[in-house]
Every structure is written in C-alpha cells, then in structure tokens.
Design a protein around this ligand. Structure first.
Ligand SMILES: C[S@@+](CC[C@H](N)C(=O)[O-])C[C@H]1O[C@@H](n2cnc3c(N)ncnc32)[C@H](O)[C@@H]1O
Length: 209
C-alpha cells in the first residue's frame, strides 16, 4: 500500500459529508475527540474500547484503511468510534462539516507526514489557513495535541500554531491527562516504533483561549 498520498491531488476534491453527531455515535452528548491522519485507526480502537465516556472520530486520506476500519467498527459494534475518508483540510474546511470543529473537545495530530522537501511543505496537514479555521471554529478551552519525531516538522507546526493568537501553549508537565481523551497515555503505532528505535519525540499541547 502507498505510504504517502499527495493531499493536494484532485482525487480529494470530493468531500465526504459527515453525518450528524446523533447518527455517528450511540450517545452524541459524550466528549468528542478528533484524530487527524489516524491511518488504520488502531490507536482510536484502543482508546474507544477503554474510554467509553468519549466519542472518537478519525480522518484518514488512505481510503482502503478507512474502509477496513469502518468494517471493523461494524463487526465489533463499537458505538463511540467513527472514521471519515479524505483530506482533513478539505473535509474540515467544508461548511457542512463545520459542526465537528464546533463540538470537539480536542484534536490530535500524531506523527503527521513530514514532507521533507521545501517545495512539498504545502502538503503538510498543518497549514496557517487550516489553523485559522480551527481558531475560528473551536470552542474556547478546546485542545490541540501535536506529536512527531521530526524536529524540523515540530518547529514548523509549533511556529504555525503559536503564530495564531487564539492558541496558547500549555506546559505538558502541568497537564492532567486523566481527564483528557487519552487518560492512560495509549501510544499510536508510529509512537511505539519511534520508542523501540530510541528516537526523540517532540510534542506540545495548545489551548484555544
Ligand atoms: C506517519 S502516519 C501516522 C499515523 C498515526 N497517526 C500514528 O501515529 O501511528 C501519517 C498519516 O496521516 C495520513 N495523512 C496525511 N495527510 C493527511 C491529510 N491531509 N488528511 C488526512 N490524513 C492524512 C497519512 O495517510 C498517514 O496515515
């Protein structure tokens, strides 16, 4: 399977309309977490099965992974997990899907594709315009989590988010994970690999003010 998909390809111009929260989840009133670039969704399955007081939504640009994840949700009859296929930037910029950003408590970007070449930076999922959309739609107090093993990408993401005056950096050491979307600090697949290889992880949490 292709590992890197060009998110700017015209293939992703058509956008999946996300059903209403009542259609998505067994209990639409639970706190909602959004994971962007969730791959096959293993991290979200692990979270959803344990933290039944949260709803989880994953967006992933590789269609086959999303199809398989959706089938798994049905088979396991999981009511607090949903997957959406497409380019997260296009999906969340669409007016019909705006309600997602208005309702999420937190968003994670775990090990996003780094796109090392400068001419490919525009393919990175975190873009100033996208952060503006988040800043205009998220409720005050909503959180953004970023995590990567690529220092250059971390600096770029941190600079892009911190440049928006509506987001403030939270000291990770003061953060109470027990009330977050990930109280048990479950690790993503990429994170496990990075830890096995003894590489550094750079991470940050931001709050919408
Ligand atoms: C390096 S993988 C990390 C997967 C997972 N988050 C983890 O930590 O194991 C990055 C994922 O983001 C997806 N992705 C990249 N750009 C995206 C975009 N614009 N919208 C949605 N998913 C995207 C890729 O297809 C890939 O599955």
């Amino acid at each position: 399977m292709r590992q890197h998909v060009n998110p700017l390809s015209r293939n992703f111009n058509e956008i999946e309309r996300i059903p209403s929260l009542i259609e998505l989840f067994g209990d639409s009133k639970l706190n909602l977490h959004l994971d962007i670039g969730c791959a096959a969704g293993e991290f979200l399955f692990d979270l959803a099965l344990v933290n039944t007081s949260w709803n989880y939504l994953g967006i992933e640009i590789r269609e086959r992974l999303v199809k398989t994840a959706k089938l798994r949700v049905q088979e396991k009859e999981i009511k607090n997990l949903y997957f959406v296929f497409g380019n997260a930037n296009n999906i969340l910029n669409d007016v019909q899907n705006k309600f997602i950003l208005e309702n999420v408590k937190s968003i994670s970007f775990n090990f996003p594709d780094p796109w090392f070449k400068k001419r490919h930076y525009k393919r990175r999922v975190i873009q100033p315009d996208f952060i503006n959309i988040l800043s205009n739609s998220l409720q005050k107090g909503s959180l953004i989590f970023i995590k990567t093993d690529v220092k250059d990408l971390f600096d770029y993401m941190d600079c892009t988010i911190s440049s928006n005056l509506n987001f403030k950096n939270i000291d990770k050491n003061d953060f109470n994970y027990s009330k977050s979307f990930n109280p048990n600090k479950i690790r993503t697949n990429r994170e496990k690999l990075v830890i096995d290889n003894k590489l550094d992880i750079f991470e940050c949490i931001y709050i919408k003010i």
